[in-house]
Write a protein that binds this ligand. Structure first.
Ligand code: NAP
Length: 308
């Protein structure tokens, strides 16, 4: 049993990530009060039906009043507007963090609004699924996953340590990183794979020589695994592309070069080159399993667990 860490936690945005945090906080008893706000009344009402918090606010500014920890879990493109809205209501000494998938852009949007005396410590839990909304969350989403904190200039050690401890209690392993470096790393491990998946699924859907029923019928041959990524939330991924533009374009350029190399090897029948690459990539998969970041199960261990 964990102990109380904050008197009041405010969750702005209660989709997959916000509601997973809410469930974990409740399960572990980490706050006396959990105030929730969401852009729409429908989502807020659903959060209340699910019993995710103790207080439900239509306005984000009401939600953050007296909160010791404020977690913004909205699409990255909306983080500046949210910061502007809540700024004047933040309690001096409060920790303000976010979970956005891009960091430099979130910092440039939010930081100008952060009042003196509020500890702004951006964050990003490297955990998620292709589902969204308050029903999609689950308490052990962060169990065994990394959470990256990207403190800004002037961030103090004590609030960073408190936030680190919070994520560790949720089951995460925590690392601190420079925001620009985070954006580069995530461009290759997360953003590029999603863009490639969106592209492949789009190409297959456009192919006129193959019917839609054939694409679905024979999908287990590889296509299916891309469709999981390509079914991720369109708003979230539009924002990620627009807000990590430079790093993504750099990785896409590298990817295109490597694809051209593969194309040549196939054209000229250079089997050795193909075999060498496919052997190297197989080893990458093995090291991911060894690092505990996935399982060798046929469903890739992604069946959602049934914790409350
Ligand atoms: P989600 O399930 O779609 O939930 C989004 C939440 O943000 C909802 O409460 C939604 O409110 C609210 N929202 C949407 N647009 C908004 C806007 N323009 N202004 C204010 N609020 C808005 O999203 P999520 O998957 O939890 O993602 C939230 C954040 O976590 C994103 O920044 C994403 O990059 C990051 N993240 C996601 C994953 C993942 O795998 N999904 C992993 C790590 C980090 P309504 O429903 O009321 O409209």
């Amino acid at each position: 049993m964990s102990t109380l860490q904050f008197d009041k936690i405010a969750l702005i945005g209660i989709g997959l990530i916000g509601s997973s945090i809410a469930r974990a906080v409740k399960l572990k008893g980490l706050a006396r009060e959990v105030a929730i706000s969401s852009r729409s009344r429908e989502t807020l009402a659903r959060a209340e039906e699910l019993g995710l918090g103790t207080l439900y606010c239509e306005e984000a500014r009401d939600c953050v009043r007296d909160a010791d920890l404020v977690i913004v879990s909205v699409p990255v493109g909306a983080s500046g507007a949210v910061a502007e809205e809540i700024a004047a209501s933040l309690k001096p000494g409060a920790i303000l963090t976010d979970v956005g998938s891009t960091k430099a852009s979130v910092i440039s949007q939010m930081l100008p609004h952060v009042p003196e005396g509020v500890h702004f410590i951006p964050g990003h839990p490297i955990a998620g699924t292709e589902h969204s909304g308050p029903d999609a969350g689950f308490a052990d989403l962060f169990e065994g996953r990394w959470c990256i904190l990207t403190p800004v200039e002037g961030s103090q050690a004590e609030p960073i340590a408190r936030l680190r401890h919070f994520w560790e209690t949720l089951g995460s392993k925590v690392e601190e990183m420079d925001p620009a470096h985070h954006d580069k790393v995530l461009a290759i491990v997360s953003h590029l794979p999603h863009i490639i998946a969106y592209n492949i699924v789009g190409t297959a859907a456009d192919l006129e020589t193959v019917t839609e029923s054939e694409v679905i019928k024979y999908s287990a041959s590889g296509f299916r695994d891309f469709t999981r990524l390509a079914s991720s939330d369109p708003t979230m991924w539009r924002d990620v592309c627009l807000h990590n533009k430079d790093a993504i374009l750099e990785m896409l350029a590298r990817f295109s070069e490597d694809l051209a190399y593969l194309q040549r090897a196939i054209r000229w029948g250079e089997g050795d080159k193909l075999f060498d690459l496919f052997t190297r990539t197989r080893a990458v998969r093995r090291s991911i399993i060894e690092a505990g970041q996935d399982t060798a199960a046929p469903d890739f261990g992604r069946h959602i667990k049934s914790t409350p």
